[in-house]
Write a protein that binds this ligand. Sequence first.
Ligand code: SAH
Length: 401
Amino acid sequence: MRIKRGREKPIRNQHPWIYSGAISQAENAGDGELVTVVDHKDRFLARGYWNSQSQIQVRVMTWRDEAIDADWWRKTLSRALSLRETQFVNFENAACRLVNAESDFIPGLIIDRYGDWYVLQALTRYIDSQKGAIIAALADVTGAQNIYERSDVEARKLEGLQPAAGLLRGGPLPDVVEIDEGARYLVDIKNGQKTGFYLDQRDNRRLLRELMHQRRQNAHDKLRLLNLFCYSGGFALAAVHFGALHSVNVDASRRALEMAERNFALNGYDEAAHGESAEFILADAFNYLHYCVREKVSFDFIVLDPPKLAQRKTEIQPAARGYKDLNLNAFKLVEHGGYLMTFSCSGAISRDLFRKIVFGALADSGRQAQVVRELSASADHPVALTFPEGDYLTGLLLRVF
Ligand code: SAH
């Protein structure tokens, strides 16, 4: 794969994506096969995999002239694993992301761990063809007995691939797998969203928990949390730990809310024994916020964690209107001195733009707010410094007056 003169700089700078415009000549390349990338003088630049059906025609696996073989897989998976070892992997029922695609220098591959289950997502043609080698290496470095595939994602269409899901090793897969993050959660690996759980929000759930602990010490009344886009109850369960909390959990998915209720029960909060109480509301969160504004309902904490509103760059404008609407109404509902934790997981919306959108919402709400913390994905979702595209989750913890 020969690169046009003057177009090799991003590759030398270790950006993993090569677009068709940079390529001058492709010899004997088959879709989903490894290629060696050279400059206009045939000097080695990188090795990666090719797919003519994708906009990103080459994804780089290495910038060294080395073979991508069984040894490479073991070495590269071990490197990814070593980042997580100290923090996440050494206790029972731990859950974390082990491989974060481009940001762990393996484009197209995601591996999450839930207790003794490993969930693999193959997003591209080459990675799909290497599943056998990946499973062998994963079993080798982790001792994984149980591996399930959740490659049923839209992104595969861009590669000309069908969705795929099912057992790859071990089993049988139980209906739910229990994980422990301080609070306990049930994860439905087969039918859940993503690979079953939003691991990327773990550090932010922990932050909410700490904040709640501090607030509790000064509060006399039961605190109120509005957990919008709650999925299986993640944020509310992290917060409820310190007791005397009323949480309102809103999601548009019935399955998600059922799991949230089960998770509350699992943690012993099915009766209001310690002053906790929880509501589970099947609703569109945009409408629910409008309703709360109309009814003048207020909250001490609001978590706003919507799905990706901008799938691509062309959707930035309507997405920005959506984020603004959500944040404007959320500002109106926060008690004086309360907190808003607000997120965007749209990669197309930069940190700067998100801040501007939230600023616009604040201005219209007539409230005052301080940034207490900038938020991003958990530490097991590292971002390669050369790959800013990997920094998709952005958020702000705001104190509101
Ligand atoms: N905060 C969650 C993850 C949220 S993911 C956690 O920590 O686990 C986004 C959630 O929004 C999904 O559960 C999805 O079902 C829900 N959702 C999508 N569109 C929605 C809408 N319009 N109104 C309410 N919920 C919606």
